[in-house]
Design a protein around this ligand. Structure first.
Ligand code: 13P
Ligand code: SF4
Length: 361
């Protein structure tokens, strides 16, 4: 929660808090160092008049100490839209920080890493979207928030994993283009009773509909983007884990394949998964998503046991550490810039999404 006006926590206070929440995850020697850095971040945050937004995937020592707000992409976009601070430090990847800048052109938005990529954001260009619009004139285009500003600028509305079905349904259109995550498109299509086609770009401005056509009612035209982390989970992983732990509750992010989400007990955004674990009476859980989130959940829910498939990790989210966050505030780096002619067009798509909901509690 925000700490404005309250005395700042000392490194010792933070160390004690970390010990009670992360004592089973990180050794004391590490907690000492992290507590010192977190205290420095809190001091710099006040000096710079900054708000820190922390995505659910952040490393536990960062996630549990410095963010004013934690959450999934939608929650953090809403927080970014509401802040009155002059600086926003986005502890997440570049497309998230760009969304904060789209919403706050006069504020300084900092990303604590120079890169902070995402395989989905890199899977599609603005020219690809223009080619799709030419090939399917009049069909509304939904873009997942995991895209860069120039792609959002070409689309009609954004969505995140927590409101994708609601956004698609809000369009009241039989045919919808949904970019760029093919798996999320297939998961949303199942939820909204749609048929999916994945066209491929043959040459500039020409697309092949892969043998299918859009005359079928309730069609979703998808793209070939994949999350490099979530695409690695397989239905066989679920079978093997269930065989060993028959009582396990399995939760999968909707960037996983539809075969995986169909076998899981629950599928939803990162925050939806956290809430589902908190609400569940099960004792043992497996999250098919970035591994840090399991550590963050265990720290907040000591009675719950988390199984881990940690060989698949998001290298981009892992570029952001407590140390990088401190340096971001210290050196005011790396500043996000979105050209104004792109920003104003991207803003329409982001604002349309925010109007659809859901709101945060
Ligand atoms: P959420 O919006 O569910 O937090 O997902 C963001 C993301 O990049 C998941 O890989
Ligand atoms: Fe992108 Fe996948 Fe990493 Fe999320 S987990 S930021 S979708 S690469």
């Amino acid at each position: 929660q925000p700490q404005w006006g309250l005395p700042l926590k000392t490194a010792q206070d933070i160390y004690r808090d970390l010990q009670s929440s992360l004592g089973d995850v990180l050794p004391d020697a590490e907690l000492f160092i992290k507590a010192e850095i977190a205290a420095e971040v809190l001091r710099l945050k006040v000096e710079r008049d900054a708000v820190i937004l922390g995505h659910n995937y952040m490393e536990p020592a960062l996630f549990h100490t410095v963010p004013d707000f934690q959450g999934d992409s939608l929650e953090l976009s809403r927080r970014a839209a509401e802040t009155d601070k002059s600086v926003i430090v986005f502890c997440g990847v570049r497309f998230m920080a760009e969304t904060a800048k789209i919403l706050n052109p006069t504020k300084t938005v900092l990303l604590p890493t120079e890169k902070g990529g995402c395989s989905l954001a890199e899977s599609i260009t603005a020219a690809d979207v223009r080619a799709l619009r030419e090939a399917y004139p009049g069909v509304p285009i939904v873009t997942y928030i995991n895209t860069y500003a120039d792609v959002k600028a070409e689309c009609d509305i954004c969505c995140t994993s927590s409101n994708a079905a609601a956004v698609v349904e809000s369009l009241k259109s039989d045919t919808v283009i949904f970019l760029p995550d093919e798996f999320l498109a297939r998961n949303v299509a199942r939820e909204t009773g749609r048929h999916v086609i994945v066209p491929s770009v043959l040459r500039k401005g020409t697309l092949a509909a892969g043998g299918d056509d859009t005359t079928v009612e309730h069609t979703m035209i998808a793209w070939k983007g994949r999350c490099e982390v979530h695409e690695l989970f397989t239905p066989a992983d679920i079978d093997v884990v269930r065989k060993q732990y028959p009582d396990v509750m399995i939760l999968a992010h909707p960037e996983c394949s539809p075969e995986v989400t169909a076998k899981a007990d629950f599928s939803g955004s990162t925050t939806a998964m956290i809430r589902a674990v908190e609400k569940s009476k099960a004792k043992r859980f497996l999250l098919l998503t970035e591994c840090s989130m399991g550590d963050n959940i265990v720290a907040a829910n000591p009675g719950k046991e988390m199984l881990r498939l940690c060989s698949h990790r998001c290298p981009h989210m892992h570029e952001i550490t407590l140390e990088q966050t401190r340096d971001s505030l210290k050196f005011m780096r790396w500043e996000i810039d979105v050209p104004e002619h792109i920003r104003v067009r991207a803003l329409r798509a982001v604002e349309r999404m925010l109007a659809v909901g859901p709101k945060i509690d």
